[in-house]
Design a protein around this ligand. Structure first.
Ligand SMILES: Nc1nc2c([nH]c(=O)n2[C@@H]2O[C@H](COP(=O)(O)OP(=O)(O)OP(=O)(O)O)[C@@H](O)[C@H]2O)c(=O)[nH]1
Ligand SMILES: [Mg+2]
Length: 324
């Protein structure tokens, strides 16, 4: 169990593991192991009292990360802390730091914490576009991209299989502009040249990922990949993917005949690497909590997001009330 404690400025409290312990010297979210007879919440509250001398109000689950270390296996269950009383101090001699959220990645943390920091910082939905249909106009497909962004999607993969090259360039150029206007990450599937031309990130299909020797784009360019097994996940980690997509978790219309992995197998594969991993395959926004409970960064989907209704504009009234 570990807690995300924030101060009034939104900074997050990290503590440093002391010498002589496992993972000594690394920064972590304060917390510790459950003792027999305790609920998860009781354990976290007790640990934060013992380690920091504060009384906490435990909030929503953030993510539960199954992680394999060389000598042990772990399920790191991380909760948001909604409020606390007392002044946090390192009661066990541990150093503390209040860290602005955009600096969290600079701290050396155990492998299980990378998905935790990503869950705090990065989008929980990764939308993948379908290709336009044979009779669909560019404007209509682009309206679909606008609908995704209006629904709050901030990470988007332009996947345009079987689209003729000039049209693909046109669609990527226009979609990249739409994404940039709302500061969304826009990644182009499988084409590093096209991605670079439009200032987009790169998303590699598994086959191209396996052929990579090193990260093919600069550190500040988003880089993702699609994985279906542990070898591919390890390769993604080796070449420095920022995040990956793993699936299909359930059976899906876009890959007929491929059975879903299921959530248990997803979690067992996620244990083997320290990467933010989106679950894909037959999933939509309503699966987010379940995904987080199995260690996923969130949900990736084609139809699950593309087909979603536009979110109602804030403040707009539904229907009209009339006096009879
Ligand atoms: N509290 C906390 N523990 C973490 C984080 N990341 C991570 O891998 N862990 C691991 O999760 C377990 C948390 O329990 P703990 O902090 O009470 O561990 P401990 O020192 O009593 O036991 P240990 O001697 O097995 O490390 C440890 O095994 C620790 O290595 C994190 O961010 N916060
Ligand atoms: Mg501890």
């Amino acid at each position: 169990m570990a807690g995300v404690i924030t101060d009034a400025r939104g900074r997050v409290l990290l503590t440093r593991r002391t010498e002589g312990r496992d993972l000594a010297g690394l920064w972590e979210f304060p917390g510790g192991k459950r003792e027999p007879g305790e609920t998860r919440e009781q354990a976290l509250a007790r640990e934060l009292d013992e380690e920091l001398g504060i009384r906490v109000e435990i909030g929503a689950p953030l993510i539960t990360v199954p992680q394999r270390y060389p000598h042990k296996r772990l399920r790191l269950d991380v909760r948001m802390i909604d409020g606390w009383r007392g002044a946090p101090k390192g009661h066990e001699g541990q150093a503390m730091a209040w860290v602005p959220q955009d600096k969290l990645e600079r701290y050396m943390m155990p492998p299980a914490d990378r998905p935790v920091v990503a869950a705090l910082r990065q989008p929980d939905r990764y939308a993948v576009t379908p290709s336009p249909g044979p009779d669909e106009r560019d404007e209509d497909w682009l309206a679909g991209v606008e609908r995704l962004l209006a629904n709050g999607i901030r990470r988007l993969q332009l996947r345009l299989p079987d689209i003729e090259v000039d049209r693909r360039k046109r669609l990527v150029a226009a979609a990249a502009l739409l994404g940039r206007a709302v500061h969304a990450d826009v990644l182009v599937n499988g084409d590093a040249v096209l991605a670079a031309e439009h200032g987009c990130g790169l998303h590699l299909p598994a086959r191209q990922l396996m052929a990579c020797e090193a990260r093919p784009v600069a550190e500040d360019i988003p880089f993702g990949a699609s994985c279906h097994d542990v070898d591919q996940l390890r390769q993604a980690e080796r070449v420095g993917c920022d995040f990956v997509v793993l699936g299909p978790v359930a059976a899906t219309a876009s890959h007929p005949g491929v059975p879903g992995l299921g959530w248990d197998a997803f979690a067992a594969m996620r244990e083997e690497v320290s990467l933010p991993i989106y679950a894909i395959g037959g999933l939509a926004t309503d699966g987010l909590a379940l995904a987080r409970a199995h260690g996923a960064q969130g949900i990736a989907a084609i139809r699950g997001f593309w087909a979603a209704e536009p979110a109602p504009a804030p403040g707009r009234r539904r229907g009209r009330s009339r006096v009879a």
